[in-house]
Design a protein around this ligand. Structure first.
Ligand code: ZN
Length: 162
C-alpha cells in the first residue's frame, strides 16, 4: 500500500470529524482533498451536513453514521461546558448582589471572589477533565486561558462596572 492510499484511508475516517483535528493533520487532509474526488465529496457532504444539521436530525436520524453522532455529541458537550460555567458565574454574581447589594461594594466583591475560589475553580478543574478527555489540544488551551482570565480578572471587571 503506497502513502497516497494510506492517506486516503485515513482521510475517509477523519473527514467527518475534521473540525476536531489539530492544524497539521487537518492540513494533510485538506491537501489530499484537492486531488482525490472521493474525499472531496465526503468533505463537501460533511460541511453541508453540519450546516443543515438541525433539519437533518429529524428527517434522517436513522441514517446518521456513528462518527456524525460523535460530532453532535462533541458540539453538545461543548455547549454543556459553557452553560455550566455561565450558570456558576451567574449564581455567584446573583448571590453576591442579593446578600450585599451595591451599597456594600467591598463586601460584595469579597463574597464574589470567595465564590470564584469555592465554586468556580473546583468546577473548572472538574470540567477540564472532560475537555482533556474529549477535545483536542487547541480546545484545552482555549479553555485554560478563558478560565484563567475569569479567575484572575473577572472581579476587577465587576468592580469597574459597579
Ligand atoms: Zn482520498
Amino acid at each position: 500500500m503506497d502513502d497516497t492510499k494510506k492517506i486516503h484511508l485515513l482521510s475517509q475516517e477523519l473527514i467527518p470529524v475534521i473540525d476536531e483535528l489539530d492544524d497539521e493533520p487537518k492540513q494533510i487532509i485538506l491537501e489530499h482533498i484537492t486531488n482525490c474526488e472521493d474525499c472531496r465529496k465526503l468533505y463537501d457532504s460533511t460541511v453541508n451536513f453540519e450546516k443543515s444539521m438541525p433539519k437533518q436530525v429529524y428527517s434522517e436520524e436513522v441514517e446518521i453514521k456513528p462518527l456524525k453522532k460523535l460530532v453532535q455529541f462533541n458540539i453538545g458537550l461543548k455547549l454543556l461546558l459553557i452553560i455550566v460555567r455561565a450558570l456558576i458565574l451567574f449564581y455567584i454574581s446573583y448571590s453576591s448582589y442579593k446578600y450585599y447589594g451595591v451599597d456594600a461594594v467591598s463586601s460584595m466583591l469579597e463574597y464574589f471572589r470567595s465564590g470564584i475560589f469555592l465554586f468556580y475553580i473546583p468546577a473548572t478543574i472538574f470540567l477540564l477533565v472532560f475537555t482533556i478527555t474529549f477535545f483536542n489540544k487547541k480546545w484545552i488551551w482555549i479553555t485554560l486561558v478563558i478560565d484563567l482570565l475569569i479567575i484572575i480578572f473577572l472581579d476587577n471587571i465587576v468592580q469597574l462596572i459597579l
